[in-house]
Structure formats: C-alpha cells, structure tokens
Design a protein around this ligand. Structure first.
Ligand code: FES
Ligand SMILES: [Fe+2]
Length: 426
C-alpha cells in the first residue's frame, strides 16, 4: 500500500471529526503554520491563559516575565497590591523593557533610550523631553492585557476585552482547582522558580500528554523498572496498563487524570512517616472524605496552557509551530514542616524534571511525534474508550484511566474556539 495524504481540509472545522465510535484529529493541527498562527490569536490571545501565581509576585514591586501566546508580558504587583499584566514592549521603538525572568522594581527603564515606566504601565519619563513636542507621551503608557482575573491564586489574563468572565471559563473545574489549593494547611501554595526547558515539537503534544494515562507503562518502563529494583513498591508487579483510576473531560477543554487515594499515603510517595500527621491535620480542616479527595493523585489540565500536578505546576508555552517551552514550578505547601516540602521537592527532582527519570522520555516522544508527522499521514486516532465513557448533564465526561477522554475534551474545545469567526475585538 502506498501511503498518501489524500484528505485536504477546507476549513478548520474539518480538522476534528467525531462520531459515536470515532474521534480523529487531522495532522495539519500539528504541522500547518497558518493553523498555529490562528491558535495563537484565537485560543491564546482572545481567550484566558494562565500567566502566573500570586505567590510569585507576593510583594509590591515583584514581577515575572511570561507570554500570552507569543507576546511577551510582564506580570507585576503594583504599590497598591494590584496585579498588572503589561506588554513587554517600549512605546518608543519597541525594545523589550524587561529582560529578567523575575525580580522586584517599582519602575522599568528601557535599555535603549531610557524611557521609564511605572510597574503599573504609566509612562513616567522620557529622556531629554525638551526635543519632543509639548504634551508628547500622554498616550504612550505600556500596553496592557485587556482582562486580568484570578482564582485560588492562579492569575489568568486575556488580550480580548470581550472575553467571557474567567468564572465562566473555570466554571466546570473550580472544585478541581480547590482540591489542589486545599493541599496547603494554611495560606496558599508557594511556587518556586520554574525549571525551564523545551522540546522540538508542537505545544499540543505536552497539552495532551499530562492527562494521558495510556502511555506511562510503555514510555516510562525503564524508569519504573529502576524504581522497582530500588524497592519502590508501587512499581513492583505493576500491570502494563493501569485499569483503576479515572479520566475526566470538561466543557471548555479542561481535563483530569486521577489515580485516586491510596490508603496511608494519598498521592505522596516519599513522605512516609510524615504523611500521617499531615493527613490528620487535613482531616481536621476538611473532614475525612474531602481530605482523601484533596490528597488523591490528580493531574488537572486547565485549557489551554497549564497543569496543576500533585507537586508541580507546569506551563505549556508555544514558541513556534514546532518548538515549545515548558516552565515547571515545584511548589511548597503552606503550614507543613520544611522537611515535608523537602521530600516533595526530592520526589519532583527524581521523577519529573528533565534531569529526572520520567519526563525526558515524554520529551523524546513529542519530538518523535513531530518527526512522524512529516510522513504526511492524514489522521491521528483518539477514540480509545469513546463508547464506554459516561456523559453527565453538565457535559462532563468520565472515562477509565487510560481512555482518551481528556484529549477528546481538548479537541472539542479547540475546534469550537478555532471555528469562531467573530474575533475582531482584540
Ligand atoms: S526603544 Fe525604548 S526608549 Fe527607545
Ligand atoms: Fe509521561
């Protein structure tokens, strides 16, 4: 058989096809430059994207640099505590005014000709203003995100002034975010500096993968074998595919991969003797049932660009059609002994960083996916479990741990947002 790409999509809505027993995504979604540019505009710039966490800019003057789509932004905490999301571009001749990843300042001075801006975006000073016309600069404050909102310390922004409320965007998953936030015994989770790395592949491979329960035993086999020979019991005699646990897909493209509660350790792996005390305090705060939910193993994907893992927050940052950056933040829980957080950090280092034993194999898969796509095959199959998933009246779908329920939720939202044509307001 000669393999040829014989389907030529005529519109973006042709790129995702769903039937009762079928769910397919066309390879153009990963390889077409025009599709990528449309994603950046309609999904990232016109929708809500996660930009930072409250704990990263806890004090007036704190800032971090991020992107909305491919546009560089500075997320700042103003003198009055308000959050500002500023486009990182000087209004004079477009220099990036901030080159650091994070810091603290109440003003930014452009390196090129020294124009200065408050960390709220106001233009404070123009070097040698006498050579400019009177009144010049009154309309040259830094550009800003049109909307900024937050929930449980997670800060989201949109460049679209007409974007629906953040509450609408998060409506189906606020309770899932609450589980993540409630892991702290006091205050909120505190994000550490992100570990930054990248891969040569489309951003959606990472967006799909963190809630993919199908791949782990295969892609991570050598890591799991290594853990097992080291006596880590959860990796001994493991099945090739985990059959307990759950996947969920929510309207809006959000999803979860849930491993459930394991008696005596929740999702924690290296807390050992410290877990009992933590669990008893968590039970005092929330009751036993909710405490079990809170510490259950759970990966929550918030469409389109952030994961809340048990011990990590991960931002998926598109750079170009075939280049993606990842920012992985370990985080501290509030109100627990420092040793407890240190053991959690150790676990993240061992497993999930690029120098750990699990995540590098995923990155290799993403690059190999992109290589395979150059063979010009038409369709990628995402129908695993489609006939068996349950659908609630709210539109939430529940599947088994290795089902492609999360990926289908992602592409339903992707297709809906990408098919919208009324995007003149950004
Ligand atoms: S480009 Fe910023 S001051 Fe000239
Ligand atoms: Fe993986």
């Amino acid at each position: 058989m000669v393999a040829t790409a014989n389907f030529k999509p005529t519109s973006v809505s042709d790129l995702v096809q769903e039937g009762p027993t079928d769910f397919r995504v066309h390879s153009d979604v990963y390889t077409d430059q025009a599709i990528f540019e449309q994603e950046i505009h309609q999904i990232f710039e016109n929708g809500w994207v996660y930009v930072a966490h409250d704990s990263e800019i806890a004090n007036p003057g704190d800032y971090v640099t991020r992107r909305i789509g491919t546009k560089p932004v500075i997320v700042t905490r103003g003198r009055e505590e308000q959050i500002n999301v500023l486009l990182n571009v000087c209004r004079h001749r477009a220099n990036a005014i901030c080159r650091e990843q994070q810091g603290n300042t109440l003003s930014f001075r452009c390196p090129y000709h020294s124009w200065t801006y408050a960390n709220t975006g106001e233009l404070l000073g123009v070097a040698d203003r006498t050579r400019y016309p009177k009144g010049f600069g009154s309309d040259l404050d830094l550009l800003k995100a049109a909307k900024v909102g937050s929930y449980q310390g997670l800060i989201f922004a949109s460049l679209n002034g007409n974007v629906p409320d953040l509450d609408d965007h998060l409506a189906g998953i606020k309770h899932q975010i609450d589980y993540w936030a409630d892991r702290s015994l006091e205050g909120c989770n505190t994000l550490l500096l992100p570990h930054r790395y990248g891969y040569s592949g489309n951003w959606k491979f990472q967006a799909e993968n963190g809630v993919d329960g199908y791949h782990a035993s295969f892609v991570h086999e050598s890591a799991f074998d290594s853990f097992a020979t080291g006596g880590v019991s959860r990796y001994l005699n493991r099945p090739s595919i985990k059959s307990d646990g759950t996947t969920r897909g929510f309207p809006g493209g959000h999803s979860t991969l849930e491993g459930g509660y394991v008696e005596g350790r929740g999702s924690a792996r290296s807390l050992a003797d410290m877990f009992e005390d933590y669990m008893s305090k968590l039970t005092d705060r929330h009751g036993e049932d909710r405490a079990h939910e809170v510490v259950s193993a759970r990966h929550l994907f918030i469409f389109p660009n952030v994961y809340l893992f048990d011990d990590l927050v991960r931002i998926v940052q598109p750079i170009s059609l075939e280049e993606t950056e990842i920012y992985s933040h370990p985080f501290r829980l509030g109100g627990v002994p420092e040793e407890f957080n240190a053991r959690r950090l150790y676990e993240v280092t061992r497993q999930l960083s690029t120098t750990g034993m699990v995540n590098p194999a995923d990155l290799e898969m993403f690059a190999a996916n992109q290589t395979g796509l150059h063979a010009d095959m038409d369709w990628l199959e995402l129908c695993r479990g489609i006939e068996m998933e349950e659908v609630s009246p709210s539109g939430e779908r529940v599947g088994q741990h290795s089902d492609e329920t999360p990926q289908r939720a992602f592409y339903r939202a992707w297709q809906q947002v990408m098919s919208q044509t009324s995007f003149e307001n950004c």
